[in-house]
Design a protein around this ligand. Structure first.
Ligand SMILES: Nc1ncnc2c1ncn2[C@@H]1O[C@H](COP(=O)(O)OP(=O)(O)O)[C@@H](O)[C@H]1O
Ligand SMILES: [Mg+2]
Length: 404
């Protein structure tokens, strides 16, 4: 008698994903690292009292630290700098294939638009990698397009206009105050104390300046409320981590309460030391639920994956999404890591969790049938047709008979 309730044989079951063991932390950093210069600065010579360390790690040190953290969690992990060299990429993709690439590449040849192309290469070579797929990486680089997608999914975002030339119409059709930003930059590039306008005076001038520096412009209604960084991770289903709130109360009055480039990245500027973070953001339960709902919907609408950060402002108790950041900064002490820590994940544990999320995509990426046994993995995956030498031009024959 056969047992009808018996579990299906192993042959019919999908192969469970093998746990990733090896990880390459891939990044692309060339030339001088500005943060190296900071090592020479004596903090006591600054014209203000620094609140945070001025000697922050260099990019290479930070990525090396990610690899070290993964080794502490038991992975074979090392950091590799692409240095704008495709042969280095090829070595990772073909010869030294890791189980998972920890994708921290944001530029190639100084072009942020190629971030998606590099992720596309991992897809072509069927290696699992952390974070978003090329589509989300490209979409979220365009703030205007991202906001249209959010609107389509009924995710609240400030009203806005995009301009592809530095000429503004007589009537802007937006309510002041407004903020002027580049459409394609991120990390607060092009956002300074001169970005917020309470009236049209000198607006054209600013628009001209940002246009010359960065190209297309987005002008948004300025939300005067609290600012939150809301980190989300996971895929099935995604989970919202405790939000970080920004405290602008110590900023000198001539600075608008926003996260400018200097406030975010420049330890030599006073504003860097005057903007503080609070985690978890003190939010009443109902408001927190609303923020979480908006964050999840924005994450899904823009097809984020594994981890992302939503920049959100509150107008009263209504959350507005300013921006979606797939693959946000993951170094120690940034918003994402503060939030993960509040949720009970150390720096090491949070990074390991992201590797495991990416690792779940492995079996689909490397179907065994496509890696014949006699070949070493990655040597020749047969993904590309062989390029045959094109046949030589045919010998010239007799001239065509002229038509009568
Ligand atoms: N519509 C807005 N209302 C209020 N503040 C804004 C608005 N847009 C941007 N900001 C401020 O500017 C900062 C940077 O803008 P954001 O859209 O996050 O771009 P990015 O971080 O890519 O430069 C935000 O963190 C916020 O402080
Ligand atoms: Mg932002």
């Amino acid at each position: 008698m056969t047992d009808e309730t018996a579990a299906p044989t192993a042959a019919h079951e999908p192969t469970p994903p093998a746990k990733p063991k090896s990880v390459i932390v891939l990044y692309n950093q060339v030339g001088e690292d500005w943060y190296e210069k900071l090592q020479q600065v004596d903090p006591s010579t600054l014209p203000f009292e620094p609140e945070y360390p001025v000697h922050v790690p260099t990019v290479r040190e930070e990525y090396g630290e990610v690899a070290r953290a993964l080794r502490r969690s038991g992975y074979r992990a090392r950091a590799v700098n692409l240095e704008n060299d495709l042969r280095r990429l090829e070595r990772v993709l073909k010869r030294n294939r890791p189980d998972v690439i920890f994708n921290l590449v944001e530029f190639f040849h100084d072009d942020a638009g190629l971030e998606a192309a590099i992720a596309g290469m991992y897809d072509v070579y069927r290696i699992a990698y952390t974070g978003a797929a090329p589509f989300a990486l490209s979409l979220c680089q365009d703030k205007g397009l991202t906001k249209r997608v959010l609107q389509d999914h009924r995710v609240p975002t400030p009203r806005f206009k995009v301009f592809y030339e530095p000429k503004l119409p007589k009537r802007l059709g937006l309510r002041y105050p407004i903020i002027v930003k580049p459409v394609w930059e991120d990390a607060s590039a092009g956002v300074s104390r001169d970005s917020v306008f309470y009236e049209p005076e000198r607006l054209e001038e600013r628009v001209g300046h940002v246009y010359r520096e960065y190209g297309a412009i987005i002008i948004e209604e300025f939300i005067e409320g609290r600012e939150l960084h809301v980190s989300v991770w996971g895929n099935d289903p995604p989970e919202v981590l405790p939000p970080v709130e920004f405290d602008f109360s110590e900023l000198p009055p001539e600075y608008p309460p926003i996260i400018t480039y200097s406030a975010k990245w420049n330890p030599l500027s006073e504003v860097y030391h005057k903007v503080h973070t609070i985690c978890p953001a003190p939010l009443p339960e109902r408001l927190l639920r609303r923020v979480e709902d908006v964050a999840i919907r924005a994450y899904r609408a823009t097809e984020c994956r594994d981890y992302a950060r939503l920049d959100i402002r509150l107008k009263g108790d209504k959350p507005y999404v300013l921006e979606v950041n797939p693959n946000p900064d993951l170094t120690e002490g940034v918003s994402f890591m503060d939030s993960a820590e509040q949720a009970g994940y150390s720096f090491d544990a949070a990074l390991a969790q992201i590797v495991e999320l990416a690792g779940e995509r492995r079996p689909a990426l490397v179907p065994p049938a496509e890696v014949p046994g006699e070949r070493r993995p990655g040597e020749d995956l047969g993904l590309f047709p062989k390029i045959e030498t094109p046949p030589a031009d045919p010998e010239p024959g007799p001239p065509p008979a002229t038509e009568k």
